[in-house]
Design a protein around this ligand. Structure first.
Ligand code: S3P
Length: 177
């Protein structure tokens, strides 16, 4: 395994709480925060739904991979979009950046958290629960394979998620000496 940086990289399905935990973590640890979705939407100057509509998902994925490559190897909090694990080059880059933490949640919780979401083109169809189930099934093993640590956020508030991550980090860093 090559050398790894000191970033904290959050991965996981839509609605697992990556963005809110990432914001709190960056604040509490006084680290810069990078969020690939924000980097991509600012590059295109349009919403994710509009990027998918006008340019297609592959263009979004290309821009997402490029955003990840632009993040410097340095201490930071990196928040990714749920599909980041679809490309092996992204997984390699995230592991190069630092410690990869997978957030997860039970499907009922995801359905509830995502019910008001309008900027997630992959959930735009009529059967949102079915979409979530299908995507989860194909992606779960990708999140597991990419991650060093996992946090189930089903019963946690964003503050509790951030605290759980900080707790796990201190364990890992203690073990690493
Ligand atoms: C996606 C997740 C979204 C966003 C885009 C595609 C996915 O990010 O990148 O809609 O493929 O799971 P969040 O996980 O922040 O919702």
């Amino acid at each position: 395994m090559g050398e790894r940086g000191e970033a904290i990289v959050l991965i996981g399905f839509m609605g697992t709480g990556k963005s809110s935990a990432g914001r709190l973590l960056a604040e509490r640890l006084a680290l810069p925060r990078y969020e690939t979705d924000e980097m991509v939407t600012s590059r295109f100057a349009m919403s994710i739904a509009d990027i998918f509509r006008h340019h297609g998902e592959p263009a979004f994925r290309d821009a997402e991979a490029e955003a990840l490559r632009e993040i410097p190897i340095a201490p930071s909090v990196v928040v990714t979009g749920g599909g980041i694990v679809l490309r092996p080059e992204n997984v390699a880059r995230m592991r190069r950046l630092g410690l990869v933490i997978a957030l997860s949640a039970a499907i009922d919780i995801l359905v509830e958290r995502l019910c008001g979401s309008h900027d997630r083109p992959l959930l735009a169809g009529a059967n949102r629960r079915g979409q979530i189930a299908k995507l989860l099934q194909s992606r779960s093993r990708l999140y597991d394979a990419a991650a060093d640590l996992a946090v189930d956020t089903s019963d946690l508030t964003p503050h509790q998620v951030a605290a759980a991550i900080i707790h796990q980090l201190s364990n890992v860093r203690q073990r690493a000496g």
